[in-house]
Ligand binder design. Structure first.
Ligand code: ADP
Ligand code: MG
Length: 222
């Protein structure tokens, strides 16, 4: 429960997305309010990744609109307020774990010192401080995913969109990562959207929606 007024962070209205002749989203509506945490479930291929890309502003819908009333109106600064955890590892292979986490902060103007402090804090949160100087190839898939999550946490985004963030993790790590993402958006007063086909993980989030036949509906917890 939050005591702050529920202001929308992102509002999607009447989304239609198709790839060629494959209609993926059909008149999909979604409002995610500040303080909300939402699991988006649905079978493989139902459109979870597509929805997150649209909510991130990375994929323009064929029809419909996405607005971010809770974020900076300037697209470049808004982009910095949206943290996207991709399904596949997305680290730069020639950079160490710490450099991967620090790079977006440096690109956004943080000093070396500030970026370093945020990087250490974020790597500590995901339990990888000891791996700060390792290259991605020296880390397991699960560790690489935790570095990618640390990179998102370090940016203190107000909207976190996580696409199957725990697929490569064991149960304990998965729950720890979910807790870290939740703590992060609680601290920023933002919102968390997690796409997952894992019912147990989805059940840990306060809100739930299911994509079915291109439509998003509120789902009762199973
Ligand atoms: N870039 C693309 N080009 C063509 N078809 C795509 C593309 N991305 C996804 N699809 C198709 O769109 C549907 C939804 O995909 P996706 O959003 O990745 O679903 P989910 O994340 O729920 O598995 C699937 O049928 C998938 O094959
Ligand atoms: Mg997907």
């Amino acid at each position: 429960m939050t005591t702050t007024a529920a202001a929308p962070v992102v509002v999607a209205t009447g989304l239609h997305v198709r790839y060629g002749t494959t209609q993926v989203l059909a008149d999909t509506n979604l409002t995610v309010e500040a303080g909300a945490e939402l699991a988006v479930t649905g079978r493989s291929g139902s459109g979870k990744t597509t929805l997150l890309l649209v909510l991130a502003g990375l994929l323009p819908p064929e029809r419909g609109t996405v607005r971010w009333p809770g974020l900076d109106p300037a697209p470049v600064r808004r982009r910095g307020e949206i943290g996207l955890v991709f399904q596949a590892p997305s680290l730069l292979p020639e950079l160490t774990a710490a450099q991967n986490v620090a790079l977006p902060l440096r690109l956004r103007g943080s000093t070396v010192e500030a970026a370093g402090a945020a990087t250490r804090a974020a790597l500590g949160t995901v339990g990888l401080l000891d791996a700060a100087d390792a290259l991605p190839a020296q880390l397991s898939g699960g560790m690489q995913q935790r570095v990618a999550i640390a990179r998102v946490l370090a940016g203190t985004p107000r909207l976190v969109l996580a696409d199957e963030p725990t697929g490569a993790l064991d149960r304990d790590s998965a729950f720890a990562v979910l807790a870290a993402l939740r703590d992060s958006v609680t601290a920023t007063g933002g919102a968390l959207v997690v796409a997952t086909h894992d019912d147990e993980l989805a059940g840990l989030l306060a809100g739930r929606a299911v994509i079915d036949e291109g439509r998003l509906r509120s789902g009762a917890r199973s």
